[in-house]
Design a protein around this ligand. Structure first.
Ligand code: HEC
Ligand code: HEC
Ligand code: HEC
Ligand code: HEC
Length: 346
């Protein structure tokens, strides 16, 4: 089973990747009474976790125990949350508030946009309505994973990605979602609200604990392979750097937000330099060069964004081009099981 998954994992098809990206970046549907806040997913295309659960029962069972699911019920009861909301003049966190974009998933229910759950399957795999049928259909009744024709499989994946699905094999794209929330790129939320300015997020440590749900292609819930963890480590540090640079570019004053983004960028840059000392590829060289050439300071948005764009392109290319099997030289840098965030489901 694992081998099958790996075959699946490392077969990039760039033409559709570009298309998928366009779909993934679609803004909330106009015409809907959508939130004034910038939602990360188009609510009109959100199917909701129950719809995924019709087939992915075990993934949903794992997810329900994570902070991602629990925040839906618990956030508004928390003292710290109430304080942040009060600082920002927010009355109801589930109404049209600055909390919606990261803590909740909104969908269209009876013609109205409203939060239906916490951070869901679709927060990481893309809003699902346009690909939910296609992505798991091996070619009609009676056709199985084993008997599916190879060209049908290629077309199925291509169509699903073009319709906005973010497949696990697209490590850069799936992980970019994590950083879009976990770096907390919102100056007002941090400086005025007093929200934590992003955590010490690490892609390996934070994906291999409670979030881990490798329960579809393999059972039990296997840890990612050593090779996959190397890829996660490198792609994760590149993303950290990219999002920190974008975060600094958005900063307007020297306060908690800007300082924390600059610290994040500086730490990620150091980590990337270490990686570059052990693993030589043109993409890693490009990342280190782009990061080294830019000043981490206010009023430097154009340069910071240009550097972030270069890092993004190189990191995505890197993520699609290698499988990590030759990168054992960085094993000492990759966090071990004692660092995993939360307990993985059995
Ligand atoms: C009708 C059943 C069904 C539903 C509903 C469904 N899936 Fe799937 N899903 C499948 C099948 C079957 C596969 C395995 C496809 C394969 O073997 O290539 C799959 C595979 C996946 C994969 C791994 C794909 C890969 O590239 O290896 C992800 C991620 C996924 N589904 C997410 C979702 C999400 C998110 C939802 C809800 C929006 C959802 N699925 C709803 C049947 C379903
Ligand atoms: C840009 C994304 C983002 C937005 C917007 C956001 N949060 Fe968060 N929030 C996070 C992340 C990510 C965490 C987890 C912290 C971490 O990474 O360790 C978090 C954690 C928290 C915590 C601590 C959680 C706990 O269980 O102790 C509170 C409280 C909180 N947020 C409240 C709010 C409130 C209230 C709002 C709206 C005013 C809000 N957040 C908006 C991303 C966001
Ligand atoms: C926080 C982001 C996130 C959420 C939420 C999430 N996934 Fe995933 N999912 C991932 C990542 C990352 C991987 C790849 C993990 C790896 O390579 O080790 C993945 C892998 C998968 C796979 C392939 C697993 C396997 O057995 O190899 C399936 C299927 C899947 N997800 C479905 C779902 C469904 C269904 C939900 C909702 C119940 C969901 N995911 C929620 C990020 C997420
Ligand atoms: C849509 C925004 C969003 C995305 C995407 C996202 N997260 Fe989160 N994550 C949050 C928020 C918000 C919290 C805090 C929830 C709370 O406690 O209230 C959180 C909490 C967590 C926690 C629990 C932290 C703790 O303190 O115990 C882990 C682990 C985690 N996320 C890992 C990931 C990983 C790995 C990815 C990507 C594969 C990811 N997240 C993607 C918003 C997001």
């Amino acid at each position: 089973m694992m081998k099958k998954f790996l075959n699946r994992v490392f077969r990039p098809c760039p033409a559709y990747a570009a298309l998928g990206l366009m779909v993934a970046m679609a803004m909330p549907a106009s015409g809907n009474p959508a939130s004034a806040q910038e939602l990360k997913l188009d609510p009109a295309n959100v199917a909701g976790p129950d719809a995924c659960g019709e087939c992915h029962k075990s993934s949903v069972a794992v997810w329900k125990k994570t902070r991602h699911a629990i925040t839906f019920k618990e956030l508004s009861r928390k003292k710290e949350a109430k304080k942040i909301a009060k600082n920002l003049g927010i009355r109801r966190m589930k109404a049209d508030s600055a909390c919606l974009s990261c803590h909740f998933t909104s969908a269209v229910v009876k013609g109205k946009v409203k939060p239906i759950a916490g951070i869901t399957c679709e927060s990481c795999h893309g809003a699902g309505k346009k690909w939910i049928k296609e992505h798991g259909d091996y070619g009609g009744k009676g056709v199985t994973m084993e008997s599916e024709k190879p060209d049908h499989k290629i077309a199925r994946y291509a169509k699903s990605e073009a319709a906005g699905m973010i497949r696990p094999m697209r490590l850069y794209k799936v992980a970019a979602n994590c950083y879009g929330c976990h770096t907390v790129p919102n100056e007002k939320l941090v400086n005025v609200g007093g929200h934590p300015a992003g955590s010490k997020f690490d892609l390996v440590a934070w994906s291999q604990g409670e979030v881990r749900h490798n329960v579809w292609y393999s059972k039990p819930n296997d840890e990612a392979s050593a090779a996959r963890k190397r890829m996660m480590y490198i792609v994760g540090k590149a993303l950290d750097l990219e999002f920190a640079l974008r975060g600094i570019a958005k900063a307007t004053r020297k306060a908690a937000y800007a300082v924390s983004m600059a610290k994040r960028a500086s730490a990620a840059r150091k980590a990337m330099n270490k990686v570059a000392g052990a693993v030589k590829t043109p993409e890693i060289e490009a990342i280190v060069a782009a990061a080294g050439a830019v000043k981490l300071k206010l009023n430097n948005a154009a340069n910071l964004t240009a550097a972030a764009d270069k890092i993004s392109a190189a990191a995505e290319k890197f993520s699609d081009a290698y499988d990590g099997s030759k990168f054992a030289a960085i094993d000492a840098l990759v966090p071990g099981a004692d660092k995993y965030k939360g307990k993985p489901a059995p």
